[in-house]
Design a protein. Structure first.
Length: 278
């Protein structure tokens, strides 16, 4: 069951609610979009699904109908009664809390293989995805709906105008792709931007061997490089890359951060580590 615009309006009125702009609340009211997300997620009986920001539950209900076990984390305590009214007896574990502060080990437990399926608000999408990739290996796949600009940054490749530090982060941990466009017309209230669906699948091991190129070294360089992305690497990474490291990594020091893929960043991090440790 997907809530129609009229049903969303009635629910909000019944529970005395107004969508929060600060929390980026835009509720999905299109059954085709919901079915599309569930189909992309490819979940079924026995799968463990994490939904962040279930809102009024249109996607949540569709996920439970596949037989998957759903845990839904909602920051807005005001929405919980309306969400529970929509879910009815559906077997969903609803947790009221901030996804940016959640203890994921405690919430998800020791079981691996969780799948994130969510309509994520713009204001937390990028840091949340980065945090889950860094800190929560139990989440092995993601199908997320995000603002188009966010989605394009997540999947951008070297040389593209949207390529940045988060693009490298995603490529380090996972393989990601755009899975479709979503117009503003499927939401209530209607946002002023388009959205996209992004599919992210965690790699069995990081793209770069952390034994040779420690993660903290690699991303220290990435942050510094993109922090001054208009400058050549020999300038943006001055003080971080010892003499000879660019040559050892086979990287032109006159390149810019946006020219390096995750493997090149890995070679540079490995060269820096080798020189720092003699």
């Amino acid at each position: 069951m997907t809530l129609t615009p009229r049903q969303v309006s009635d629910l909000l009125t019944t529970h005395g609610l107004r969508p929060s702009r600060a929390l980026g609340q835009n509720f999905v009211t299109d059954s085709n979009t919901v079915r599309r997300i569930v189909r992309l997620a490819d979940v079924g009986p026995g799968d463990r699904v994490l939904e962040i920001g279930p809102g009024l539950g249109s996607l949540t209900v569709a996920l439970t109908e596949t037989g998957a076990e759903v845990t839904a984390v909602e920051i807005d305590a005001r929405l919980i009664p309306a969400l529970q009214a929509v879910l009815g007896p559906a077997p969903v574990r609803v947790v009221q809390g901030d996804a940016m502060k959640t203890d994921w080990d405690e919430l998800l437990g020791p079981q691996p293989g969780w799948i994130l399926v969510a309509n994520l608000p713009y204001n937390i999408a990028t840091p949340l995805i980065a945090n889950l990739l860094d800190q929560v290996p139990a989440v092995v796949r993601m199908v997320i709906m995000v603002q188009r600009e966010v989605g394009e940054r997540l999947v951008a490749f070297p040389g593209h105008r949207d390529y940045g530090a988060v693009s490298v982060k995603v490529a380090y941990w996972a393989e990601a792709s755009l899975a479709g466009q979503v117009p503003p017309t499927v939401f209530v209230p209607r946002p002023k931007v388009d959205s996209v669906l992004v599919s992210i699948r965690r790699r069995p091991t990081p793209a770069v061997d952390p034994e040779k190129a420690p993660t903290e070294v690699l991303f220290r360089l990435v942050r510094a490089g993109f922090g001054k992305r208009r400058k050549m690497l020999r300038r943006s990474l001055a003080g971080l890359v010892p003499a000879g490291a660019f040559e050892a990594a086979e990287i032109n020091p006159e390149s810019r951060a946006e020219n390096l893929d995750v493997y090149a960043w890995g070679r540079l991090a490995a060269a820096v580590r080798a020189m720092e440790h003699g």
